[in-house]
Design a protein around this ligand. Structure first.
Ligand code: DQA
Length: 140
């Protein structure tokens, strides 16, 4: 199984950005942990973090034939982007949505995610372990 791990805007600043909410690990730390876990589970991985919505949409389109599943932390686009929802609807594989924080205990504008209606599962509030849980779940 080939899995594409997508991280949306501002997640390149993990470790520096609001560490009391998002933790002290960097995105590189998290991606390494995911890579190792996926390897142990026999899954192949590819990664993209971008602050540019069109770049993410293009990667999802290109990935239509290549990937069996997408694990995505859409970050702020969760709450704003019908375009990202539509791109994920055009992807035929499995989609798991991950948030580091529990978006439901935060500001009201974070409670709704456009992406969740397309996701097979939504993980929120487990910190970086959420990505590893998503890998384990896909591997089952
Ligand atoms: C986030 C939650 C979003 O509301 C926020 O905009 C993010 C990160 C999370 O991982 O908890 O950038 O997706």
């Amino acid at each position: 199984m080939n899995v594409l791990i997508l991280n949306g805007p501002n997640l390149n600043l993990l470790g520096k950005r609001e560490p009391e909410i998002y933790g002290s690990e960097t995105l590189a730390d998290i991606e390494n942990a995911i890579r190792h876990r996926a390897f142990d589970q026999g899954l192949a991985t590819d990664f993209l973090q971008t602050n540019h919505e069109g770049v993410m949409l293009d990667r999802i389109h290109e990935g239509r034939e290549r990937f069996d599943a997408i694990i995505i932390n859409p970050a702020a686009w969760s709450h704003t982007s019908v375009a990202l929802l539509d791109a994920l609807k055009a992807f035929e594989g499995r989609v798991i949505e991950v948030h580091l924080s529990n978006i439901h205990t935060r500001e009201a504008f974070r409670h709704h995610s456009y992406i969740s209606s397309r996701a097979e599962a939504v993980i929120a509030g487990m910190g970086s372990f959420g990505y590893l849980a998503a890998i384990d779940y896909l591997a089952r």
